[in-house]
Write a protein that binds this ligand. Structure first.
Ligand code: NAI
Length: 305
C-alpha cells in the first residue's frame, strides 16, 4: 500500500460540488484533511433555479466523516465571493477545482445567443472569476494547485455542443497560460477531461454506460494534481472508468516554402506533405512552436532573403 496522500492544512475550493464530480472531489479532499469550501448554486442542469440543499448535503457528509467544510451558494460568476468564503472561514486558499458546469445543447442552427452566453458565463467567466481572485493569494504564498474541467466535446467537438465546446476549449487555453504565469510561484495548473455518470452526462449517454462511469473514478486524478507532491503543470488528461491518459499536440513535419513564392496551387501540390504525420513533432511551448516556423527565415516579419 502506497503512503496516503494527505491535504492537512490545505484549503480547497471545489465549485459545483453539490452533485456529480464536484461532490466526489470535495468528499475525497475532505476525507484526506483538506478544509473544503463546497460551492454550489443548486440550480438545474440547464442553469435554472437555485437551492442551498446540494452544497449543505455535501458539507454534512464531509463533517460526518470527520472532515472540515463550509458551504457557499454563490454562482461561480460571483467567484470573488466564493474565494472570500475560503478566506473568512479558513484563512487562505491553496487549491481550486473549477468544476461547476451546465449544458445548453442545441444544434448550431438553432442555438440562441442566450445559449451561447450562459455557457460562456458559467464555464469560462466563472472559472476566470474564481481563479483570478484566488491567484494573488496563491502567488503571494508561493503555493497553489488549480484544476480546470474541460470535456471531450471541447477537445474533439460534438454535435449540438458548439457553445459548450467553445467554453471547454477556452478553459484549456486559460490553463495553458496560467501554467506559464504561475510556475515560478509554485502555482500549478492542469486540466482534466472527465467522463462520468452524472445528471449532466445522463442527457447524452445510455444508462448502461453511465453505470460503468462512477465519478469516484475521476476524483483521484483531480486530487493527485492538487497534491503538493505533484509537480505536473500545464497538462491535459482524459480520465474516466479507471482510464487515465495525457494528451499533447502533434504537428506534422510540414512543408516550408523558405522564401519561395507560393499561392494556393503550391499549397495544393504540397498538401500530402503538409498533412503527413510520419515523423511528427510535439511542440510543448510557444517557443518550440515558433522555432520551426521561423527555421531558415532570416527576418521573422519577411519571407526570408
Ligand atoms: P452535475 O450537473 O452533476 O454537477 C454540476 C454542478 O455544478 C451542479 O451541482 C450544479 O448545481 C453546479 N453549478 C452549475 N452552475 C453553477 C454555477 N453558476 N455556480 C455554482 N455551481 C454551479 O455535472 P457533472 O457531470 O458532475 O459536471 C461537472 C463538470 O464536469 C462540469 O464542468 C462538466 O461540464 C464537466 N464534464 C462532465 C462530464 C461527464 O461525463 N459527467 C464530461 C465532460 C465534462
Amino acid at each position: 500500500m502506497t503512503n496516503e496522500l494527505r491535504y492537512d492544512g490545505r484549503v480547497a475550493i471545489v465549485t459545483g460540488a453539490g452533485n456529480g464530480l464536484g461532490r466526489v472531489h470535495a468528499l475525497l479532499l475532505g476525507a484526506r484533511g483538506a478544509k473544503v469550501v463546497v460551492n454550489d448554486l443548486g440550480g438545474d442542469v440547464h442553469g435554472g433555479g437555485k437551492s442551498s440543499a446540494a452544497a449543505d448535503q455535501v458539507v454534512a457528509e464531509i463533517i460526518a466523516a470527520g472532515g472540515e467544510a463550509v458551504a457557499n451558494y454563490d454562482s461561480v460568476e460571483d467567484g470573488d465571493k466564493i474565494v472570500q468564503t475560503a478566506l473568512d472561514h479558513f484563512g487562505g486558499i491553496d487549491i481550486v477545482i473549477n468544476n461547476a458546469g451546465i449544458l445548453r445543447d442545441s444544434s448550431f442552427a438553432k442555438m440562441t445567443e442566450d445559449d451561447w452566453d450562459l455557457i460562456y458565463r458559467v464555464h469560462v467567466l466563472g472559472a476566470f472569476r474564481v481563479t483570478h481572485t484566488a491567484w494573488p493569494h496563491m502567488r503571494n504564498k508561493g503555493y497553489g494547485r488549480i484544476v480546470m474541467t474541460t470535456s471531450a466535446a471541447g477537445i474533439y467537438g460534438n454535435f449540438g455542443q458548439a457553445n459548450y465546446s467553445m467554453a471547454k476549449m477556452g478553459l484549456i487555453g486559460m490553463a495553458n497560460t496560467l501554467a506559464v504565469e504561475g510556475a515560478s510561484k509554485n502555482v500549478l495548473v492542469n486540466t482534466i477531461a472527465p467522463l462520468a455518470g452524472s445528471r449532466i452526462s445522463e442527457t447524452v449517454m445510455p444508462p448502461q454506460m453511465l453505470e460503468a462511469l462512477k465519478p469516484e473514478y475521476v476524483a483521484p486524478l483531480a486530487a493527485y494534481l492538487c497534491h503538493e507532491s505533484s509537480k505536473e503543470n500545464g497538462s491535459l488528461f482524459e480520465v474516466g472508468a479507471g482510464f487515465h491518459a495525457k494528451l499533447r499536440w502533434e504537428r506534422t513535419q510540414g512543408h516550408h516554402f523558405q522564401g519561395k513564392a507560393f499561392g494556393p496551387e503550391e499549397i495544393a501540390e504540397k498538401w500530402a506533405e503538409i498533412g503527413d504525420f510520419n515523423d511528427a513533432t510535439y511542440p510543448k511551448t510557444i517557443g518550440e512552436s515558433l522555432m520551426s516556423i521561423l527555421q531558415g527565415v532570416n527576418s521573422p516579419f519577411g519571407q526570408g532573403n
